[in-house]
Write a protein that binds this ligand. Structure first.
Ligand code: TXA
Ligand code: MG
Length: 340
């Protein structure tokens, strides 16, 4: 019985492959966030990604691969560090920037001479990649600048009919986007902090690793305002949270507090959006909470920054971008400066 309602094939994976081969858009789960996928060798299909997201055309995409053996199809040169990182972290939430091979469309790389590559650790993503037997270009499946989707319904909510098919793989286990490491230079560099931490990278790379993220590097998607809910996001420390909430509340705003605990003196009309305890749990919950802020119609979301260690660095990065303050290394208040 391959048909449902006499129309839709019962196997979504087969339909997904057909759609991709026809130049369509297929949203699929990864362990980090949902991706909006197209055949990476098909410039017209890739162009549809940019149209669906409302993303500027010069922003490069990540090409997703089934395994590291495919590196050679997409990168003209694979340095030893890249092989080491692939062996250690793939499949997994690590994206590597490598010199691009001939034939990788400009539509994918935004005209750069490098390409971003990743093998995701999600059974459905890997099954799709194997069945498709090629690279799938996929940004996060959200509208440009908005919060990345961590559930299939977020994708439908946000992109609707612009997507031909959404593969539902349940909630994403990691919840924030992959760590991006540039391995094209003499020293590897983090372009976007993420689930694979600085410490984990240093264990593999040792002295050849430069831990300073960003700088003047062109890592688009690292715009000032990104991962942003509709509410204005205001960052604070735990010690100042109540004071900051009260400031906005007194101005007549609908205010929410995103924090690990509910201060007992918090006004009853202030929405408390709870964050769990560990960095891993916080990463998993963060984007759902930001979406909740929108569903509640909040004007202001006051967010307590997690400590700047381990996964906390990636969480702070996303919160800072949600707040529209892009400099990842700049302290936002005296309190948070002493934390880091
Ligand atoms: O976890 C993830 O990485 C998710 C899932 C779907 O894999 N994808 C994701 O894609 O976050 P996106 O497009 O939202 O973010 C990819 C980032 C962008 O900031 C982009 O500028 C950067 O990767 N990027 C892509 N190619 C690049 C290149 N050649 N050089 C520098 N940065 C690049
Ligand atoms: Mg994105």
């Amino acid at each position: 019985p391959a048909q449902r309602d006499g129309m839709a094939p019962a196997n979504p994976l087969i339909e997904a492959v057909t759609r991709l081969r026809d130049g369509g858009l297929v949203a699929f789960p990864t362990e980090t966030v949902y991706g909006l996928g197209a055949d990476a060798r098909n410039p017209a299909a890739v162009a549809r990604i940019f149209a669906a997201k409302g993303r500027p055309a010069d922003h490069p995409l990540i090409v997703h691969l089934a395994d590291a053996a495919q590196l050679r199809d997409w990168a003209c040169e694979v340095p030893r560090v890249a092989r080491r990182l692939a062996r250690k972290f793939w499949p997994g939430p690590l994206t590597m920037i490598l010199p691009r091979a001939a034939g990788v469309p400009d539509a994918v790389t935004g005209g750069l001479d490098t390409v971003a590559l990743r093998v995701p650790a999600h059974p459905l993503a890997l099954a799709l990649l194997r069945a498709f037997d090629g690279g799938i270009a996929a940004p996060s499946a959200n509208r440009y600048g908005r919060v990345s989707p961590t559930r299939a319904e977020h994708v439908r909510e946000e992109l609707g009919a612009a997507v031909d098919l959404v593969l539902d793989g349940g909630p994403c286990a990691v919840g924030i986007e992959s760590t991006i490491v540039d391995v094209t230079g003499d020293r590897a560099r983090i372009l976007r902090p993420g689930p694979i931490t600085k410490r984990q990278l240093m264990e593999v790379l040792g002295a050849s690793f430069s831990p300073i993220p960003g700088g003047a590097v062109r890592a688009p998607g690292c715009e000032v305002s990104h991962y942003a809910p509709l509410a204005r996001v205001v960052l604070t420390s735990g010690a100042q949270a109540v004071q900051v909430v009260e400031h906005w509340w007194a101005l007549g705003m609908r205010v929410g507090l995103l924090s690990g605990w509910r201060p007992p003196t918090l006004e009853a009309s202030v929405a408390w959006l709870s964050l769990p305890e560990t960095g891993e749990e916080q990463a998993r919950a963060l984007y759902c909470r930001l979406r909740e802020a929108d569903h509640l119609g909040l004007d202001v979301l006051v967010a307590v920054l997690p400590p700047a260690i381990g996964l906390g660095l990636a969480l702070r990065d996303r919160l800072r971008r949600a707040a529209g303050s892009g400099d990842v290394s700049a302290p936002v208040s005296r309190e948070s400066a002493t934390e880091s």
